[in-house]
Design a protein around this ligand. Structure first.
Ligand code: G1P
Length: 297
């Protein structure tokens, strides 16, 4: 029987302390990447993969996110009056994008806990979890490939993996893997949340994309706090990878496309520079200046 349509879950309840004071009264997901808030890229990635139903797990300062995806009748009327169709389209786009829902995380107790908050909304649908700190270039459709693998492998869990420099491996969930008959699709045999470089089972890090079946919720309910005293999604998936069960195991899609990390300040600035340089409206003015600037360094 075909399964129900995929939903998307976007955790957005982190404190964003690395970006203070910008994130004092505004969630980090609303920080602009060029001229769009980071979270809009993530919602667009979900809708680009054909997902219409998006649940955002919110923390404090949630109103900014809710307002961004809501219509703004006064602003729209002003722009319409002025005949500024371009800007009007941009404003309307974010409220027409998807069927957006919100739920509060309450006390932030980790990514696993945030995902568990999605349980009643997700119900018995399969779903994608998209973390806002990782932006995936829309020209490299990772999520679509992951959803195809979910179907192909009979509803198995699918995570996105990327080779990272061993010096950074301690910042990620890390997978031990075996090859499959498909290039860049691996079977995950073990998962460890943020190991020390010397304990990491490989250089394959989980980047923030997961395609999960609703069975993960039962596991999350009983997952005990792990690394950092938080309920870790990685620990729940480790159980699926090693538990044998009927869950179908865990597979990884090894991503070799363009990913922009907006989680810390240096990477965030790099993401803006890369994305702006690539844009048709901004790139031509920026690229010569970047060269000139770099020569002066
Ligand atoms: C989370 C996950 C981690 C994953 C990472 C990807 O960590 O716990 O397994 O590798 O996202 O960005 P965070 O970066 O939220 O600390």
């Amino acid at each position: 029987m075909p399964h129900k349509p995929f939903k998307a879950v976007i955790p957005a309840a982190g404190l964003g302390t690395r970006f203070l004071p910008a994130t004092k009264a505004m969630p980090k997901e609303m920080l602009p990447v060029v001229d769009k808030p980071a979270i809009q890229y993530v919602v667009e990635e979900a809708t680009g993969a054909g997902i219409q139903d998006v649940l955002i797990i919110i923390g404090r300062n949630k109103n900014n996110i809710a307002n961004h995806f809501d219509s703004m009748p006064e602003l729209e009327a002003k722009l319409r009056e002025k005949g500024d169709d371009d800007k009007l389209a941009k404003v309307e786009h974010s409220s027409d994008l998807a069927d957006i829902h919100m739920v509060r995380q309450g006390e932030p107790k980790g990514l696993g806990h945030a995902v568990l908050r999605a349980r009643s909304h997700v119900g018995d649908h399969p779903f994608a979890v998209l973390l806002g700190d990782d932006l995936i270039d829309e020209r490299d459709p990772l999520l679509t490939k992951m959803m195809e693998e979910y179907d192909k492998r009979g509803g198995a869990t699918v995570i996105a993996l990327m080779e990272v420099d061993p010096a950074h491996i301690h910042l990620y969930g890390v997978a031990a893997v075996e090859a499959t008959d498909e290039e860049d699709v691996v079977k995950v045999t073990q998962l460890v949340e943020k190991p020390k470089a010397e304990d990491a089972p490989s250089n394959l890090a989980i980047i923030g994309r997961y395609v999960l079946g609703p069975d993960v919720f039962d596991i999350l309910e009983r997952t005990q706090p792990g690394k950092g005293g938080e309920i870790q999604l990685t620990d729940a998936l480790e159980e699926l990878a090693t538990g044998g069960g009927d869950g179908g195991g865990v597979y990884g899609v090894v991503f070799r496309g363009r990913r922009y990390d907006t989680g810390d300040r240096v990477d965030y600035i790099k993401a803006i520079v890369q994305l702006a340089a690539d844009r048709d409206d901004l790139g031509p003015a920026l690229r010569p200046w970047f060269k000139e600037f770099a020569q002066g360094l």
